[in-house]
Design a protein around this ligand. Structure first.
Ligand code: NAD
Length: 270
């Protein structure tokens, strides 16, 4: 039988590596994309060790030519793409809007929004012909509410949420569902390290969460696996928050406003 293939972008990272593992567990052969070769290979090894099938694909998601070549290569070498998880992204470099450089704005949108569009277009073209597909976009709470210090990131993620809705309408009639997940603060290795160092930013986030615990990457991965299955066939065009209830109180906003205002070059001059 031809394996069903799931492409996970940024699959060498904290959330992506868990998504790769969960989808392999759900029976997909995984195409592990990343720009970081070592991270991608670590993730592939993790899937293989768990008895799954995976292969690494190095490509920058913001390069549409590289994306098209990768998608073509995956179908040639691994089989037909049934699922796409748009997960690749850079951690934000916190900045107030008034201090933000053109470069930070453009780079963030390029990876988080252009990249997701290039992947969605390339995969949907193939899924359409087979009248079946699952696309999951990893957005963020920042894209739903806006968050102080992450204006460019929130705008990119809000764009991704809107793209999810349009794609769901255009592709839904052809048996393809498109949904987004909006995580709050996730216990990735980077965030765990910050927490261990007593980060006040993480403390502020925890204060705003009724659940008072960071989201586990495996919880995001389990939701992706659910959206991949037949039970989710009628879930389409929605953004599902996984945030421990953080949406009710954005305590990081007050903290970041204090921190970033104190070091704002622009605010010092007025
Ligand atoms: N960590 C959180 O708290 C959190 C919260 C909400 C949303 N998210 C989103 O979840 C996704 C994954 O985040 P993470 O915390 O696992 O980050 P991470 O840094 O651990 O992993 C991201 C991976 O993406 C890769 N990557 C970066 N730019 C790329 C590019 N241009 N092309 C291909 N790969 C690229 C990186 O090399 C890395 O392996 C991101 O889209 C992020 O915005 C994270």
């Amino acid at each position: 039988m031809t394996p069903r293939v799931a492409l996970v972008t940024g699959a060498g990272g904290g959330i992506g590596s868990q998504v790769a593992l969960a989808l392999a567990g759900a029976g997909f052969a995984v195409a592990v994309n990343d720009v970081d070769a070592a991270a991608a290979e670590r993730s592939v090894a993790q899937v293989l060790a768990a008895g799954g099938a995976a292969r690494a694909w190095l490509a920058d998601v913001s390069d549409s030519t590289a994306v098209d070549a990768m998608v073509q290569g995956i179908e040639r070498d691994q089989g037909p793409l049934a699922m796409l998880v748009n997960n690749a992204g850079n951690p934000g470099r916190f900045s107030l809007l008034v201090d933000m450089s053109d470069e930070l704005w453009a780079n963030t949108l390029k990876v988080h929004l252009d990249g997701a569009f290039f992947l969605l277009r390339a995969c949907a073209r193939r899924m359409l012909a087979r009248r079946w597909g699952r696309i999951v976009n990893i957005a963020s709470l920042a894209g739903v509410h806006g968050t102080v210090g992450s204006g460019e990131y929130g705008a990119a993620k809000a764009g991704l949420i809107n793209l999810t809705k349009t794609a769901a309408k255009e592709l839904g009639p052809h048996g393809i569902t498109v949904n987004a997940i909006a995580p709050g603060m996730v216990a990735t290795p980077v965030n765990r390290e910050l927490q261990a160092k007593g980060s006040k930013f993480i403390d502020a986030a925890l204060q705003g969460m009724p659940a008072a615990r960071l989201v586990e990457p495996a919880q995001i991965a389990a939701l992706v696996a659910f959206l991949a299955g037949d039970a989710a066939a009628n879930v389409n065009g929605v953004t599902i928050p996984v945030d421990g209830g953080a949406a009710v109180s954005m305590t990081t906003d007050a903290y970041m406003l204090g921190q970033l205002s104190a070091r704002s070059a622009f605010l010092k001059e007025i």
